[in-house]
Design a protein around this ligand. Structure first.
Ligand SMILES: *Cc1c(COP(=O)(O)O)cnc(C)c1O
Length: 472
């Protein structure tokens, strides 16, 4: 029989002697030295190098230093530098260096934020973040926050709370009895709601097709006049920030109507709700405070590390009931017990990084962050137009949709752009036109980064025009 105590002794020694941690720090410094300058997408060589991970699980314990070296030597070059200033794919976000430092420190806590008694400090930081966010977004004072992995789950929670509450008001306990035989719930949703919202609807048994889809205008905004009569059996799902155009639904008008009808309004504000934190963009989210629940990400506009989404719900009891966390050994305290507000029980302490980001930025720093993302997007759109590219959306926030003269030119330009390593943007389809999606999300993006990006677009288009059809 093998003796685990040898391994234990070795692990205790590693914690004490610290060399492995010093090595990790050195590797991380090397990475940070390069990350803001190196090619945004990994080179072919780096990608090929990933094959070293294809090995059988070893029979015996491995060498810790070799494990760390492998991770750095093969792993670090194969990252996409989303933390730099020239990554514009999807809707992402960088990380502020002081927050990375806070994350390093708290990684060694390995704390779980389920109950106060398992981590008082995380319970405290969640309470503080809840208060700060409610204030930043100007939401009703009683609003509760649950700290989840992202907006996908935040929307799932918000809609679960809405489903629970609407049915409770109709005299039906959905937790006990499910949806079979329940009074029907109507779902009113914009035709361009995010795919994760439809996912949440299907997970909740509300059906992704069984919805009243409201047509949108040329910017992807719900047409308020097309919203049917609402009633107290209706979940209305609005969007603050269209994932392509960055546009905002007419929140105020629809929220007013929903409120009068007794409907539940959920706002998917994954990246756009942050407009509320900026005086010059606040008009975009006007009326959002009249909703019942909201989903927002830390890891996009706010630039927290990944794994940071927040569900906000005006009806604390409804959210807690919908998450229905119970168990004979779970004794709730007078303090905050985070699992009351989330689907998960064990959960990493993601509120630490949210708190750290809010703390180092403060209200004015958050406002400047949001404004800079919007300004850099506007700079990009203006310079691109001046170079003869088409910008297909009204640039109201941090999203720009680029097209060349023909779909072939757009595709060729994007392909060469991605291969250039100068920046990274993704493909998309905007109202049947192939586009290059540009989402400015990182604090690190400077005016010079935009200049470089526009130059890279021009070079990629030039190469496409001079060698049409040729794949590089
Ligand atoms: C990103 C995004 C989501 C999904 O959020 P995750 O954090 O990736 O789960 C939902 N809605 C919109 C509008 C988004 O941009």
């Amino acid at each position: 029989m093998s003796d685990f105590s040898n391994l234990q002794k070795k692990m205790y020694a590693l914690a004490r002697e610290r060399s492995l941690f010093e090595q990790a720090k050195a590797y991380a410094y090397d990475y940070m030295d390069e990350v803001y300058e190196r090619n945004v997408f990994p080179t072919e060589e780096a990608l090929a190098g990933l094959s070293v991970f294809d090995e059988p699980l070893s029979d015996a314990p491995g060498d810790p230093a070799a494990m760390l070296r492998l991770l750095h030597e093969a792993g670090s070059p194969a990252t996409v530098t989303t933390t730099g200033g020239r990554y514009f794919g999807f809707v992402t976000g960088g990380v502020f260096p002081p927050v990375m430092a806070a994350k390093w420190l708290t990684d060694v806590w390995d704390a779980a934020s389920m109950l106060y008694v398992i981590s008082p400090v995380l319970a405290k930081l969640e309470t503080v973040c809840e208060k700060w966010l409610v204030e930043l977004f100007d939401l009703p004072e009683e609003t509760a926050a649950g700290f989840v992995s992202g907006s996908s789950v935040a929307t799932l929670c918000g809609l679960a709370a809405g489903r629970y509450e609407l049915l409770k008001r109709a005299g039906w306990d959905v937790n006990s009895n499910g949806l079979f035989g329940a009074p029907p719930i109507r779902v009113v949703i914009g035709a361009e709601a995010h795919s994760t919202v439809f996912k949440a609807l299907s997970l909740l048994g509300l059906g992704r097709e069984r919805v009243e889809k409201i047509p949108v205008d040329d910017q992807g905004r719900m047409t308020a006049a097309a919203v049917p009569a609402l009633d107290s059996n209706t979940l209305v799902i609005l969007q603050a920030g269209n994932v392509n155009s960055g546009s905002f639904d007419p929140l105020d008008e629809i929220c007013e109507r929903a409120r009068k009808a007794g409907a539940w309004v959920h706002v998917d504000g994954a990246f756009g709700l942050w407009a509320a934190a900026s005086r010059s963009r606040r008009h975009l989210t006007a009326g959002a405070e009249k909703a019942d629940s909201w989903a927002v990400d830390g890891h996009k506009t706010l630039n927290t590390p990944y794994d940071s989404g927040i569900v906000l719900c005006k009806h604390r009891a409804a959210l807690i009931s919908a998450m229905q966390a119970t168990g004979s050994y779970i004794l709730y305290s007078e303090q905050r017990d985070g699992m009351l507000y989330t689907p998960e029980m064990s959960r990493r302490g993601r509120a630490v990084e949210l708190w750290a980001t809010l703390k180092v930025l403060g209200k004015s720093g958050i406002e400047e962050l949001v404004d800079n993302l919007c300004e850099r997007t506007r700079q990009f759109a203006e310079q691109m137009r001046a170079q003869g590219f088409k910008i297909l959306n009204d640039v109201v926030f941090n999203q720009a949709l680029v097209a060349c003269d023909t779909p072939e030119q757009t595709a060729g330009t994007l392909q060469r752009l991605q291969q250039s390593g100068e920046c990274w943007c993704g493909a998309g389809n905007w109202h049947d036109t192939p586009v290059i999606r540009v989402s400015v999300c990182s604090w690190a993006t400077t005016p010079e980064d935009i200049d470089r990006t526009v130059a890279a677009f021009m070079k990629a288009r030039e190469a496409t025009l001079s060698r049409p059809g040729q794949v590089v």
